[in-house]
Write a new protein. Sequence first.
Length: 139
Amino acid sequence: MTRFLGFMEVFLRACAVAFAFFVPPAHAYELGFKVLHKFCARPDCADGGSPQFGMIADPAGNLYGTAGDVVFKLAQDGTEKVLYTFQGGTDGRLPGALTADAKGNLYGTTELGGTVYNTGTVFRIAPDGTKTTLYTFCA
């Protein structure tokens, strides 16, 4: 039961982040929601800026997501850690939504990069931050 309640807490926090996009900030604060992290609004920001996809959570309550060319980890206290920054070209660009395995590896795809056709990649990021390209798409 404790594990389920811990999952529900993380789920509700993730919902709160999504909820904040649809509720005016003043009203969200009145309902008890709080901002965990404010992303930079410029395209050259180190934290990636402009997150567009949902986040996933680990058993400890950390959230993982993508923003711009960045894969990040967001701790419960709102501290962001950039796990990987895509460089374009064969490395890939514009990662999308993530999924994870039981070992803590993160998996996802990029919209661009990979081959000369620039059609994207499938990648894995290990818990130590090592990124591996698993597949490159071709047109």
